[in-house]
Design a binder for this molecule. Structure first.
Ligand SMILES: *Cc1c(COP(=O)(O)O)cnc(C)c1O
Length: 374
């Protein structure tokens, strides 16, 4: 039987043809495809202004810069995310302030945010882990009460909704990623929804060396910009992908439901929150019953692989990486995130998967765990 990876992008023939057309067009870098991609993304985000970048990380970093966040500032975020979430805060010279996650949603625990606010706090940077949206009403109530900016790390929640509205269609800054493993991909890429169209010129400067091109052909540079523009090749992939956004999300939800039906409760796995209205089910993640297992998570993953099934780890708690330990964080600081980070595994879930693939994963899981649990 074929190896089943934990994820795989679905690229249709129309998209491949679009990319070939761009390759033949003579214009490969940022151009008409990026402009069209920004327009489509804006339509999906309630008409708000969107700018695209070469990664989700760049979108987050530029959001922090647009919000004026830098040295001396604190940004409240979650310790349970891809390390990019906290890295961008360090990159702009600010300090991440981690707040532990909720065991049920695995997202930042909103009830603990206020205790972490100091006079230096400038922004909240929550993550919709696995595509499950953080409660936007409570999030913005806290931000408003304390005069804080919000930078939504929606890298995993493109296509998800909050109370019927697409993520990105409201709020302050909203950053998406189109990395190859995300629900919609451009290979590598990202986008930022702006709270104000007036920020677009600065966003454009920050993504390309601070350069402004004038109508008379002259250029000027008045801020330090980086190199974060998207190629038209990538944008053409994105345009092809967007056509499937609804179908992809629907299929992911159906596969997630099937996992809930098929996973044997006797295995005592820690299941994700069973939410099928809002989450885009970017990942289906379970917690291994490590305390009762005779094998490590690494060995579990190896045994699944030997049965033809790819299993991922997303993610170990950020503050326990050496870089962060050297900045002062320690084991025990955020026990909920740490316990999840140690036990979490990502099971295969992607739109092209068959229902029977879910059954195959569940059967292999039962075999491996039955052998390994005391
Ligand atoms: C993928 C991801 C990012 C970064 O996106 P890139 O496009 O890989 O730079 C940031 N935050 C989270 C939560 C992610 O999953």
């Amino acid at each position: 039987m074929d190896f089943l990876p934990f994820t795989r992008p679905s690229i249709d023939e129309d998209t491949i043809a679009r990319v070939a057309e761009v390759l033949r067009s003579g214009w490969l870098t940022t151009g008409p495809q990026c402009a069209a991609f920004e327009t489509r993304l804006s339509e999906l985000c309630g008409g708000r202004t969107v700018r695209v970048f070469n990664s989700g990380t760049a979108a987050l970093e530029i959001a922090l810069r647009l919000a004026g966040i830098g040295p001396g500032d604190e940004v409240i975020t979650t310790p349970l995310s891809w390390v990019a979430t906290a890295n961008v805060i360090l990159t702009v010279g600010a300090r991440p302030v981690f707040v532990d996650v909720e065991a049920t949603t695995r997202n930042i625990d909103l009830t603990r945010i206020e205790a972490a606010i100091t006079p230096r706090t400038k922004a909240l940077l929550p993550v919709d882990l696995a595509g499950l949206p953080v409660d936007r009403e409570r999030l913005y109530a806290i931000a408003d009460a304390h005069g804080l900016r919000v930078i939504e790390d929606a890298a995993q929640s493109f296509g998800a909704t909050w109370r019927g509205k697409p993520i990105g269609s409201c709020g302050d800054f909203v950053a998406f990623s189109f990395h190859a493993n995300k629900n919609i991909t451009t290979g590598e890429g990202g986008a930022l929804v702006l709270p104000d169209a007036g920020l677009a010129p600065l966003a454009e400067k920050l993504r390309l060396q601070g350069v402004t091109r004038h109508a008379d052909g002259e250029m000027s540079v008045d801020v330090l910009g980086g190199k974060a523009n998207l190629t038209d090749i990538a944008a053409a992939i994105g345009l092809g992908q967007l056509k499937h956004l609804h179908a992809f999300t629907t299929r992911r939800r159906a596969l997630a439901r099937r996992y809930f039906e098929r996973l044997d409760p006797a295995l005592e796995l820690g299941l994700p929150l069973a939410e099928f209205e809002q989450s885009n089910w970017h990942m289906f993640q379970v917690l291994l019953p490590l305390a009762r297992m005779r094998i490590s998570r690494g060995e579990f993953i190896a045994r699944m692989k030997a049965r033809g099934i790819g299993v991922g780890v997303h993610y170990p708690a950020i503050h326990l990486f050496r870089l962060y330990r050297e900045l002062g964080w320690r084991e025990g600081d955020f026990p909920v995130a740490e316990a999840i980070g140690r036990a979490i595994v990502t099971l295969p879930l992607f739109p092209a998967m068959a229902d029977t693939d879910v059954d195959r994963v569940c059967a292999a899981l039962a075999e491996v765990l039955t052998e390994a649990v005391t």
